[in-house]
Design a protein around this ligand. Structure first.
Ligand SMILES: NC(=O)c1ccc[n+]([C@@H]2O[C@H](COP(=O)([O-])OP(=O)(O)OC[C@H]3O[C@@H](n4cnc5c(N)ncnc54)[C@H](OP(=O)(O)O)[C@@H]3O)[C@@H](O)[C@H]2O)c1
Length: 173
C-alpha cells in the first residue's frame, strides 16, 4: 500500500476567516458537495468544537476521529483521542483497513493550525470575500506548498459567494 497522505480540506475567505460563532459564515452548497466527494470513505479528523458544529453526529460513510483533551465522545463511527498525534496514527490505521490512501483533516482553526506543518496536500476553497469571523486558517507558505490545481467556481443558486478551488502539495524537502 502506498504512503497515506495527510490531507487538509478547508474553505477560507481572502482574509483567512473560516468560522464565526461556532459555525461557518456562509452557505456554499457547491463546496459541500465537493467536500463530500473528496472525503467519502476516508477517515476524518476534527476538533471537538467542529464536531459539535456539525450537530454532534457523524457524517455518513466516513469514520470520525475527534480530538479533545476533556470530552469522550463515543458513538458508532466516532472515536475520541487526546492529541493530534494520536488522531493521525488512528486515522492512518483506519485508512489502511479501509484501503484508502488519505486521512482528511477537516478543522477547525485549532486543529488546522497544528496539522498544517504535517500536511502533504491542501484542498482549499478560497471564498471570494473578506468577512468577519473569529476563526482563521493560517497563511499558506509558497516556499512549503506549491499550487498544483486551480478552478474558478461561479456562485451557484445555493452559494453565497464565488470561490476558487485550489490544490496545494508539499514541496519535497
Ligand atoms: N471553513 C471551514 O472549512 C471550516 C471547517 C471546519 C470548521 N470550521 C469552523 O471552525 C470553527 C471551530 O474551530 P475551533 O478552532 O474553534 O475549534 P476546533 O479546532 O474544531 O476544536 C478545538 C478543540 O479541539 C480540541 N483540541 C485542539 N487541539 C488539541 C490537541 N492538541 N489535543 C487534544 N485536543 C485538542 C480541544 O477540545 P476540548 O476543548 O474538548 O479539549 C479544543 O477545544 C467553527 O466556527 C467551525 O464552523 C470551518
Amino acid at each position: 500500500m502506498a504512503k497515506i497522505d495527510i490531507v487538509i480540506i478547508v474553505a477560507a475567505a481572502r482574509n483567512g476567516v473560516i468560522g464565526r460563532d461556532g459555525d461557518m459564515p456562509w452557505k456554499l452548497s457547491t463546496d459541500l458537495k465537493r467536500f463530500k466527494a473528496l472525503s467519502m470513505g476516508k477517515p476524518l479528523i476534527m476538533g471537538r468544537k467542529t464536531f459539535e458544529s456539525v450537530g454532534s453526529k457523524p457524517l455518513p460513510g466516513r469514520p470520525h476521529v475527534i480530538v479533545s483533551r476533556n470530552s469522550k465522545i463515543e458513538m458508532p463511527g466516532v472515536e475520541t483521542v487526546r492529541s493530534l498525534e494520536d488522531a493521525l496514527s488512528r486515522g492512518r490505521a483506519l485508512a489502511k483497513s479501509a484501503g484508502v490512501d488519505e486521512v482528511c483533516v477537516v478543522g477547525g482553526g485549532e486543529i488546522y493550525r497544528q496539522a498544517l506543518p504535517l500536511a502533504d496536500v491542501l484542498h482549499v476553497t478560497h471564498v471570494e470575500t473578506e468577512i468577519e469571523g473569529d476563526t482563521h486558517f493560517p497563511a499558506i507558505d509558497p516556499a512549503v506548498f506549491e499550487l498544483v490545481e486551480e478552478t474558478r467556481v461561479p456562485a451557484g443558486e445555493k452559494d453565497n459567494y464565488a470561490t476558487c478551488y485550489a490544490v496545494y502539495r508539499r514541496i519535497p524537502a
